[in-house]
Ligand binder design. Structure first.
Ligand SMILES: [Zn+2]
Length: 151
């Protein structure tokens, strides 16, 4: 029987944590085609109450009832920085989160995705967004439109 890989199987690309302009970032060491699964965002489930109370930096809301805390060392996806025009997107079925490429990404590039409006307003907007799209043009600061798809 041939085994068929799920579209949600991370591709095993060589990724590396390096210093980026926003602290640490996750970079690819090889070319990644458009539309493939790169890595899963993993974490430990936390209670609804804790999620509301703590607003942790690595919390990822999978649904209104389910949030995971991605601040564990196995989760290299936690190093992926926010960008309003990211080259990746976070998406996934049944309460899991996978990072997919939205375009072709070349070796050496940093992986980024849009963290979504809630996170942006809470954690990024107060300090000002440092993504490539916003950094150059102050006029863009409030003009973001793309949103992360969170299944
Ligand atoms: Zn931005």
């Amino acid at each position: 029987m041939p085994t068929r890989r799920s579209k949600y199987t991370p591709g095993g690309y060589k990724l590396r944590v390096r210093t980026s302009k926003a602290g640490k970032g996750l970079f690819t060491e090889e070319d990644i085609p458009k539309g493939v699964c790169i890595v899963e965002y993993i974490g430990k489930p936390i209670s609804e109450e804790k999620a509301l109370r703590d607003e942790g930096k690595y919390y990822f809301e999978l649904s209104p009832q389910r949030t995971i805390d991605g601040n564990i060392k196995e989760n290299i996806a936690r190093y992926i920085n926010h960008s309003c025009a990211g080259n990746c997107e976070a998406t996934g079925p049944r309460g899991r989160i996978f990072i997919f490429s939205r375009k072709r990404i070349k070796a050496g590039e940093e992986l980024t995705y849009d963290y979504g409006k809630d996170y942006f307003d809470r954690h990024i907007k107060p300090k000002g967004c440092r993504c490539e799209k916003c950094a150059g043009t102050a006029a863009n600061k409030n003009g973001r439109s793309a949103r992360a798809k969170r299944a």
